[in-house]
Design a protein around this ligand. Structure first.
Ligand code: ATP
Ligand code: ZN
Length: 312
């Protein structure tokens, strides 16, 4: 275990768990914190869990959409993400120079100088949450039908939060159901998923707790936004101890955005009112890590009931 001076017990637990996952070959290190490859066993668990989500949510008739892990820059700019989370965003830059600029790039690379400042922004931004491309897409279709909209998305997401905690990755997958409609429709959706999410996770014999939460809004104004999000009960998380028993990790999130995205994208209900939205997000790697933490690294030795739920 890494017991560097100044590390808290929680940090030591995270480092020890990360080292064990790497030693077991479940995570493949790249030399960058929070950026890992995954083994076949790890991926199988993610895929089985993904199917389990569909088992619980598939009958609701969601519209399935799959986007690559990039959002259009114009949509990202309009989404308001940079107001709340400038510290987490990752933009894609690329070389746009001529041959001279190429020579200069190679020279700087050779000499170990900074070369990335010559890269130019592209029109692609890394997706910060799987639901981001959904709101402009459904708004583009005009007013919502009477029963609103329900969308199923699944994407790799990027957040610039390098960490030694294996449960805090920079690139990770999020499966989400996204609901848009009247406040009543959206609240009923979220409530049903808070309950379903708990039963679903308990079927995997994991110790879960559901609690109020807030997003990591940036800066001083962000602290007020976070407090108001909590006061209004807009975000709940389903927590499971992963690397540390004292600080359980959010594995599922249940978010009620009120009319935030409806106003941003002019998303309306049939009577012309601004639509409300909510989403439930499953952190795929975190759930896999919770399973490895609680049932061991050998999936064949997992409790029979858990194996039956995942592998039928
Ligand atoms: P946290 O509070 O731990 O930073 P969050 O509340 O910001 O997470 P959401 O924005 O609600 O997370 O994202 C939905 C889900 O995505 C979370 O419940 C979690 O399971 C997963 N997730 C979020 N950030 C990460 C990350 N850095 N690495 C792996 N999974 C993550
Ligand atoms: Zn979402």
């Amino acid at each position: 275990m890494d017991m560097r001076a100044g590390s808290t017990p929680a940090e030591n637990g995270q480092t020890a768990f990360r080292d064990a996952l790497i030693a077991a070959g479940l995570l493949i290190p790249t030399g960058v914190d929070g950026l890992y490859g995954r083994s076949g066993v790890f991926e199988d668990v993610v895929e089985r869990f993904n199917d389990l989500i569909t088992t619980w949510g598939g009958d609701d008739g969601a519209d399935v959409m799959r986007f690559p892990p990039g959002v259009a820059r114009h949509q990202f700019e309009q989404s308001g993400y940079l107001k709340s989370f400038p510290h987490l965003a990752g933009t894609v830059h690329a070389f746009k120079g001529d041959e001279r600029a190429h020579q200069s790039l190679l020279r700087r690379l050779e000499e170990g100088e900074e070369w990335t400042d010559a890269q130019m922004a592209t029109n692609v931004v890394l997706t910060p949450a799987a639901c981001y491309p959904v709101y402009p897409t459904i708004a583009e279709r005009g007013p919502l039908p009477a029963d609103g909209a329900l969308v199923d998305v699944y994407s790799y997401c990027f957040r610039h939060e390098p960490s030694l905690d294996p449960a805090r990755m920079q690139l990770f997958r999020m499966r989400e159901y996204v609901r848009a409609g009247t406040p009543e429709q959206v609240m009923a959706f979220r409530q049903s998923w808070v309950e379903r999410g708990r039963v679903l996770m308990e079927s995997l014999a994991l110790p879960v707790a559901v609690d109020l939460a807030n997003d990591p809004f940036f800066g001083r104004a962000g602290r007020m936004l976070a407090a108001s999000q909590r006061d209004q009960g807009l975000k709940f998380e389903l927590l499971i101890p992963i690397a540390s028993a004292e600080q359980p990790t959010a594995c599922l999130s249940f978010n009620y955005h009120q009319d935030h995205f409806g106003l941003l994208w002019d998303l309306r209900t049939p009577d012309g009112a601004v639509a409300h939205t909510a989403c439930v997000g499953f952190g795929m790697e975190r759930v896999a890590l919770a399973l490895f933490r609680h049932h061991g690294f050998d999936v064949k030795a997992w409790p029979a009931a858990v194996r039956a739920v995942l592998w039928g």
